[in-house]
Ligand binder design. Structure first.
Ligand SMILES: Nc1ncnc2c1ncn2[C@@H]1O[C@H](COP(=O)(O)OP(=O)(O)O)[C@@H](O)[C@H]1O
Ligand SMILES: [Mg+2]
Length: 222
């Protein structure tokens, strides 16, 4: 399908006070193909995070429409959407400090009753292996390097095999070598698990490794 994700007339306004209105997205419109890995670039304040929060199911306060495989995302249960349709990672890794690596990774599945322990353990093993974290499973976040912490965040984002991975400046806190490893990991998940991937980045080297770049200017794609 050439329009796996279809974004139509997407608008988002913030009203930080009565007299101030910020139009963060203005009729954003573009499509993403199934299995594509695209980069989203644009200067600070151009609306990249606003857009990713909406597509990630964290903000439903928008006008316009987003369709995934033809289905309007407003028609999903929000919890289901955030677990099985999209997985998001951020510049700050957002790990829970009091939980171990494997507990962090399993967090999204915590209230899931209808999957066998064995299936879940198999998935966990696979993901620990895939992200190179097998020997860090009992560690706590403060015992990890930045690259390891971001790999835990990626592992947590994919534990439920979402169809789409969203990454908001995932290498922003990492040195370039570690950042490259993270991009390579995202690429291999994209290739091997077929996850459609959108990466927000400031780094033109990273953007050049993706299939296509979408540029935002003042809340519009150009
Ligand atoms: N919660 C908010 N309240 C008010 N304005 C916001 C809020 N979040 C973002 N904005 C504004 O919306 C615009 C887009 O921000 P953002 O999506 O964070 O841009 P980017 O991620 O491209 O740097 C900016 O002008 C920003 O100041
Ligand atoms: Mg941002």
């Amino acid at each position: 399908m050439s329009e796996y994700i279809k974004i139509q007339n997407l608008c988002r306004e913030y009203r930080p006070s009565k007299k101030v209105l910020v139009a963060a997205l203005r009729n954003l419109a573009f499509s993403v193909k199934k299995g594509e890995m695209i980069s989203l670039v644009g200067s600070s304040g151009s609306g990249k995070s606003t857009f990713l929060n909406i597509l990630g199911g964290l903000d439903w306060n928008y006008s316009g429409d987003i369709y995934i495989e033809g289905k309007n995302i407003r028609n999903y249960d929000q919890n289901y959407y955030r677990r099985f349709i999209v997985g998001t990672i951020f510049q700050q890794f957002h790990l829970i400090p009091s939980l171990t690596v494997e507990e962090n990774i399993l967090l999204p599945t915590r209230f899931q009753k209808n999957i066998s322990k064995q299936k879940l353990n198999e998935r966990l093993e696979y993901i620990l292996n895939k992200t190179g974290l097998s020997d860090r499973r009992k560690h706590y976040p403060n015992e990890l390097s930045g690259g390891q912490a971001q790999r835990v965040a990626i592992a947590r984002a994919i534990i439920d095999s979402p169809k789409i991975i969203l990454a908001d400046e995932p290498t922003g806190n990492l040195d370039s070598k570690t950042g490259n490893m993270i991009i390579n990991l995202l690429r291999s998940l994209n290739m091997q698990e077929g996850m459609t991937t959108i990466i927000v980045t400031h780094d033109s080297k990273i953007a050049s490794q993706t299939d296509r770049t979408v540029t935002l200017v003042d809340g519009k794609n150009v």
